[in-house]
Design a protein around this ligand. Structure first.
Ligand code: C2O
Ligand code: CU
Length: 443
């Protein structure tokens, strides 16, 4: 039951508006600054509790190897597929690469079959926290382990002395359980950090969170005030300190949380697994902060201060589009099911948002359904303009993954500056597999 995200024979290799996806690749020549090989294979992954997971992995581990590069690097990643019965790709979630490097099976490339290979090459132009995952049968294959972190450090390196911790919130499935973890840690982990050290937690939500019905991950940090330094890989301007915040991290989304290590321990917790989490403690300190779970809900709409907005809710736009998220009852597999729809249709019958190069585009996302939809736009970062009619204030809030709850209306804007055929879909991959997928295409 693989999902084919191609829209038909004219898309992908047949050319689109006279341009073939093969013309939309990254630099094909030149020596890469960073080269990686990722081999998809079956492997057994052991969680910190001892539970063993029969996983799909890159290089025998899940999360896959952390890919850490510098801004401006030419990055080359060679994918080999050694899984006997699965096709795979790699999508660079949140990194706005050229279309031909985007890794969407059936749209920007053919899936890599068992025994096959594909080489991705792109320049890492954005600094920040990203992740990668397969984009073939993603519902099952990401869930089972085909994902990892992609970190782009600033050209001149990270802030001096900074220690960063990549935290990938994931839910593993065993035949009778869902296990809420950070990477492979489902029990409490401790790390020593000297007081005074600048710390960055790179929080990534790699999952659709079935145990919370695909609502955002509820995370909290206790022990010291923290700032949200970046959202979806884009720096926040003027981030203010938050005490015991509750973060709702959208599926696919990332928050970089920073603080200076205090004299006592700091704890990061996923509220769906209070026995797990990460404690950073000064050397010799064996105490554990208690979990405070009733802190203020972090709201990016009004967080931070100032910064330049190339457009806002009052600007005029070259294109405006309303994306109406809803569901309809449908009979299949011997029963009635709610099928998520966009503008009345399931993929491949959903509309395509057509744009011209350099258009400034406004999208109104209306959620009339009964479920959260973490919407993910490929190839572009969008600026949140308003939510439920309230304009965004504070720092510009740039997203590639936006959780939209039932009843909400968001307006987002983006510049069409990356030609190709792009996906715009719900990252609750269950919904995507059921048709909550549309395309953005350039005329
Ligand atoms: Cu994280 Cu279309 O994907
Ligand atoms: Cu959804």
């Amino acid at each position: 039951d693989n999902v084919d995200y191609g829209g038909g024979p004219s898309i992908g290799h047949g050319g689109h508006g006279g341009t073939s996806v093969d013309d939309l690749r990254g630099p094909r020549t030149g020596k890469p600054n960073k080269a990686f090989t990722l081999t998809a294979k079956n492997a057994t992954v052991r969680l910190s509790s001892g539970t063993e997971i029969k996983a799909l992995t890159y290089n025998g581990q899940s999360p896959g190897p952390e890919l850490r590069v510098r801004e401006g690097d030419l990055v080359e990643v060679t994918l080999h597929n050694e899984i006997p019965d699965e096709n795979v790709t790699i999508h660079w979630h949140g990194l706005d690469v050229p279309n031909g490097e985007d890794g969407v099976a059936g749209a920007t490339q053919n899936a890599v079959e068992p025994g096959g290979s594909f080489t991705y090459r792109f320049i890492a132009e954005q600094v920040g926290t990203f992740w990668y995952h397969t984009h073939q049968n993603p519902l099952e294959a990401i869930r089972r382990g085909l994902f990892g972190a992609l970190i782009v450090e600033p050209r001149d390196g990270p802030p001096p002395g900074e220690r960063d911790f990549v935290v990938q919130a994931h839910e593993w499935r065993t035949p009778d359980d869902n296990i809420v973890s950070f990477g492979t840690s489902d029990t409490l982990q401790r790390q020593e950090v000297a007081p005074g050290t600048p710390v960055r937690l790179r929080l990534i939500n790699t999952d659709n969170n079935p145990s919370t019905d695909s609502r955002p991950r509820a995370l909290t940090v206790n022990g010291t005030p923290v700032r949200v330094a970046a959202i979806d890989g884009v720096d926040v301007n003027g981030p203010t300190p938050l005490t015991d915040p509750r973060f709702g991290l959208a599926t696919g989304g990332r928050y970089d949380v920073t603080f200076t290590m205090p004299a006592g321990p700091v704890r990061l917790t996923d509220l769906a697994n209070r026995d797990g989490g990460l404690v950073l403690a000064p050397p010799g300190d064996t105490s554990t902060p208690k979990i405070v779970d009733d802190g203020d809900h972090f709201d990016p709409l009004s967080y931070g201060s100032g910064g330049s907005r190339p457009f806002d809710a009052g600007s005029s736009y070259d294109r405006s589009f309303t994306q109406l998220l809803d569901d309809r009852l449908s009979f299949y597999n011997g029963g009635l099911h709610l099928v998520p729809i966009i503008n009345g249709h399931s993929f491949p019958d959903t509309p395509t948002l057509m744009v011209r190069m350099d258009d400034v585009v406004k999208v109104r996302i209306v959620n009339r359904s009964h479920q959260n939809h973490p919407m993910h736009l490929h190839g572009h970062h969008a600026l949140v303009l308003s939510r439920n009619g309230v304009r965004a204030t504070g720092s510009p809030w740039w997203i590639d993954s936006l959780d939209v709850i039932p009843g909400e209306i968001y307006e987002i804007g983006f510049k069409a500056d990356n030609p190709g055929l792009w996906m715009d879909h719900c990252h609750n991959l269950d919904h995507a597999a059921n048709g909550m997928v549309m395309h953005l295409a350039y005329e």
